[in-house]
Design a protein around this ligand. Sequence first.
Ligand code: FAD
Ligand code: MLT
Ligand code: ZN
Length: 475
Amino acid sequence: RPSPAAAPDRLPFSRITQEDLAFFRKILPGRAVTDPDLLESSNVDWLKSVKGESEFTSFHLKIYFLVVIIFNSSILTSSAGSRGNTGLVGGSVPVYDEIILSTALMNNILTFDSISGILTCQAGCVLENLSLYLEDREYIMPLDLGAKGSCHIGGNVATNAGGLRLLRYGSLRGTVLGLEVVLADGRVLDCLATLRKDNTGYDLKQLFIGSEGTLGVITSVSILCPRKPKSVNVVFLGCETFEQLLKTFQLSRGMLGEILSAFEFLDSECMRLLNTHLKLRNPISDCPFYVVIETSGSDSTHDGEKLHNFLEEAMTSSLVTDGTVATEDSKIKALWSMRERVTEALTHDGFTYKYDISLPVERIYQLVTDMREHLGNRAKSVVGYGHVGDGNLHLNVTSPAKDPALLAAIEPFVYEWTASCNGSISAEHGLGLKKRNYIYYSKPSQAVALMGNIKAMLDPKGILNPYKTLPDDLK
Ligand code: FAD
Ligand code: MLT
Ligand code: ZN
């Protein structure tokens, strides 16, 4: 087994020469970026924890990709450019001098069928722009996340992003109906179906969903979109214990049923960081745990009645100690920001060690408590938040600066703890560079070996996003 924390050695890829650059500039006027200042943001990840040394970004189109293959250089697909690069596992930045292929200019909506709700668009469309486009047509995107203003749909599919609506609309593995992908040998795989049902052979698009740019470059996506709900309510509640929070979750499933669209949580440490770093005020009284519940339905009277009954029951049975309800847009946004902006608040607290764990839902907060005890005063903050409805904990640890001793105290402790509960060490962010060597905690060796076979078949020269996702012992 490789040493998990070790930096991978540079693989023997070609290096870009002045002649190569001249060639690129000739066929891609204005689209071949070598200016170090412009490249700076593409070489560093969102968390500012991983830095590469790429000297070249190319602004997309399939033909560029073919050219790159001829040169046998390594390629990293990223949403890099003015937006994108919001991945949280170091998957979207180069490790050495990989060429960065940006999809930022591939931002056209191709078709939208207002009867089926199926949208097809290019990979560089910003998620929020797609949401706005659909809202004008009484539809919504089936996924929503805090990075919506920056991330691209191609990046979302490549990471199989989960987000805030997964509880209601399911994973992209269900809602993505088709993909167009450029393969490592330059062939264009047209699986851009817009059918809800298609059992003709293997479902190849699934290979690329969540493959983090290691198997092909996603250029277009077709996706099934839900109708825009006519009535949306958001409540922000406080609970004394995590046990009560879980009971509140159970109660909400029973009493809100089909209108429940999100059940998210944050702990009091997150609230402290929101107050301190972003000046966001707690909308209710101080509690150890906070819950954001969203309902989405088609009848405001019906939904309001259900929510009222649920809240009454939760309050009278003392499951929640305080709460506030929002029905109008601005307050809904304000309540959501208490959950969505925790990620941003953490970056102001210090260097962030970020863990994204799937566990049986009743165990998720125990990991935070155990980690706090395990680290004692070695960490600045240890916080827990996440998608309760999906059994997905976000455990984050901060320190004033990068701290290898702290990292050694967190890992492999966090992974061993997770494996002991048969959890997943990456629920929704992927493995990227940072977690590639920990894959064995969640997948048996045979499964990892088969992944290696698939990689070798689709990308025999290993040029697509090297050093990512798969462990070093497979390379
Ligand atoms: P990038 O960061 O540019 O790339 C991510 C990976 O995908 C890289 O490995 C890259 O090589 C690959 N890639 C990108 N585009 C393509 C393509 N066209 N073809 C092939 N490979 C490609 N994630 C969640 O799951 N749920 C959340 O709730 C969530 N919230 C977030 C909130 C914040 C504030 C931030 C910063 C991140 C959040 N994320 C969340 C992380 C999430 O993975 C990304 O936000 C998003 O899915 C990545 O999209 P991107 O366009 O920025 O991709
Ligand atoms: C979230 O749910 O807020 C995102 O996955 C980002 C994070 O983990 O910080
Ligand atoms: Zn998340």
